[in-house]
Every structure is written in C-alpha cells, then in structure tokens.
Design a protein around this ligand. Structure first.
Ligand SMILES: [Zn+2]
Length: 355
C-alpha cells in the first residue's frame, strides 16, 4: 500500500467517524414519561399515577406518546380537564389511531383524560374529590388536594416535557358554545407571537385575545398558561359542548391538530392556517347574581347589541328574579343551555372586535 493510499483511507475513516457522530447527535432517542417509554417510530401508552394522600384514593392519568422516527418539537395535547367535555377526548382517540409515528417528526403527547375523577363522576367545572376546578389550580402542588396533585403531575410530566402545549376544551355539560381559541398575549418575548401562530394554524376563525393571564410561573392558574409562563407557546381551544359527541365538533378538533402538525413541520401535509380571523379584543363572562332556573334568550353565535336580553333567572316558584343584558355589542361565544344556575356562575360569554 502506498503512503498516498494509506492517507486517503485514514481520511475516509475520519469522515465515516464524523458521519457516525453527527448521525448519533441527530438520531432520535427513546422518549420516556414516568413508566411509559416509546422507541423512535413507535407509540406507547400507559398511565401516570397520582398517589393517594390525605384520605383520598388518588387517581391516574392515561397518556400516549406518539414518538416520531425523527427528532423535532414535542407537542402536548390535553383533553378532559373538565369532566363533561367529550369532543376533545374523542378527537384524541382518533389521533391515536391515525397518526403514524414512523413518518412523524418530533413527538406528540396525548393526555386522554386529564381529570379522571370529574370524568367518571360526570361533573361539570368542579372535581367531586375536592370541589376544585382543575383549570384554576395550576401549577399544582405535590402535597395538595387531588385536583392540585393532578395539576402537579401534568405540569411536571407533560408541560415541562413539551415544547408546545394545546389544551383542548369544549363547552362543559351545561354550555352551548361556538368554536373559538384563546390566544394568551402575556409571557416571555416571542412566546405570545408563537402562540398566535399556533392559534392561526389550529384554524378556528374566532380568536379571543387574552391579555389578563398571570405571569408568575408559580401561580400560573391555567394549564395553557403554565406552559406560557415557562416560555412555551400554548393555546386553549373550544369546540363542542352540552356533553354532546357531534361529528362536526370532533372533526374541527382533528382538523386543528392536523394544522398544528403542519405548522410545526412535524408532518408534511395538513390544512393551511386560517386567513382573516376575527380577533375578539374585548370579552366578558356574564354571571348570574341569583340562584334558580335559567332561561336563555339567545343562542351561541348570535350577534347582540348593547343591552340585548341574554337570559333571565326565575325562582323555583316561577317568579322572575333577574334579567341579564349584554354589556356591549358582540357575539355570543357560549350561553348556558340547561336550567340549573347558582349565584356567581357564568350564564354567557360575549366577545367583540375592537373598533
Ligand atoms: Zn373546559
């Protein structure tokens, strides 16, 4: 062997080593959450344990990891934060069946039912375990009540592990709702704009601009805001309601997720972002001042003028005790669609574009 040939072989060997090193650096590793591990290009499902404490029985959170063959963003999709919100739960079952890990870039974490106690008891808003709203106790506490411990596990094992978080809701069992997205404008630089891009990619044409979320990561309150206060773009979406499982609302969520996957370059094909969305700069939850029987006077999606009657409340003997009117002109994003109403509870949500 000539010296020249030996040198060339040595150079080729170095090149091969360099290639191997770079392939290792960019190769997809396995992805684990708690006891659940997914190899590249595979799907793994299991449950996260929320151990018993303080006399309650604890609970579990069923999740799936769809781990792409190639590294990329880690998108967390959470469903079932509220007990009677079924369309996101069913949409994620479809994503689990149809999303191909082999061709996916990055990783999708599916939280199938975030709030198992509320789901199994079919309660709206509040957990039967501690009477708390899971979406008001983030980032949770390891030593708290059951809802607080669920929030703690979701923060540690899902939100902290993700690069992007989308919390999927619909109207709860009592809410008649038209689809919309919450875009959170607070958070570290760049996060709000990335959140807006997520909202556009999800594709709903009504976007509530939310400027009021807390900025303290230790008191983030809401699931999606827990991600935002940790520097991760996040979104809350609403599609469906009244404990229904209608195809249109489920398909809307599926389409939105497909738009997110395309936007994040996790999958090649997907629907385009929404063009010319309606940004609702002003929005207000209207609340009942009394307890009794609620009669809505409007429907979801109705346009109302300032002062329009939204609904009235009677006592249990049929006497009218309260009328609730629109505080400004706008659109009904949701209105309560069942009779039971307690003092302080929402009766409708009105949004409007700024003039
Ligand atoms: Zn909800």
């Amino acid at each position: 062997m000539t010296i020249w040939r030996r040198r060339r072989l040595a150079a080729a060997g170095v090149a091969v080593l360099a290639l191997l090193a770079s392939a290792t650096a960019h190769a997809q590793q396995q992805f684990s959450i708690g006891p659940i591990t997914a190899a590249p290009g595979t799907v793994a499902s299991g449950t996260l344990d929320v151990p018993a404490r303080g006399g309650d029985t604890g609970t579990s959170v069923p999740i799936s990891i769809i781990h792409g063959a190639k590294p990329g963003p880690v998108l967390a999709l959470t469903a079932g934060v509220h007990g009677q919100e079924y369309t996101p739960v069913l949409a994620l079952q479809r994503v689990l069946r149809t999303l191909d890990a082999k061709t996916l870039t990055g990783t999708v974490i599916l939280v199938h039912v975030s709030n198992m106690p509320s789901y199994l008891a079919r309660t709206i808003y509040y957990s039967p375990a501690d009477n708390k709203n899971l979406n008001r106790v983030f980032p949770g506490r390891a030593d708290g009540t059951l809802s607080e411990r669920i929030a703690f596990v979701l923060t540690r094992d899902v939100i902290e592990r993700a690069t992007h978080v989308v919390d999927l809701h619909c109207g709860d069992g009592n809410e008649s709702l038209r689809p919309y997205t919450y875009w959170i404008t607070t958070g570290p630089p760049g996060v709000a704009d990335a959140g807006k891009q997520l909202a556009l990619a999800f594709g709903l044409d009504h976007i509530v601009v939310d400027r009021e979320r807390p900025t303290d990561p230790a008191a983030s309150v809401y699931l999606s805001n827990t991600a935002v206060t940790r520097g991760k773009p996040a979104l809350t979406i609403e599609s469906g309601g009244l404990a229904r499982t209608d195809e249109e609302s489920i398909a809307t969520i599926e389409r939105g997720i497909a738009g997110l996957l395309k936007h994040l370059n996790m999958r090649g094909d997907g629907p385009p972002p929404v063009e010319n969305p309606i940004l609702l700069d002003r929005s207000e939850v209207l609340r009942s001042g009394t307890t009794g029987i609620f009669y809505p006077a409007v429907e979801r999606g109705h346009t109302v003028a300032k002062g329009t009657l939204i609904g009235r409340v009677t006592d249990f003997h049929g006497r009218s005790i309260e009328e609730i009117h629109a505080p400004f002109a706008g659109e009904i994003l949701y209105v309560i669609g069942t009779p039971a109403i307690s003092k302080g509870e929402p009766i409708a949500f009105v949004g409007a574009q700024s003039k």
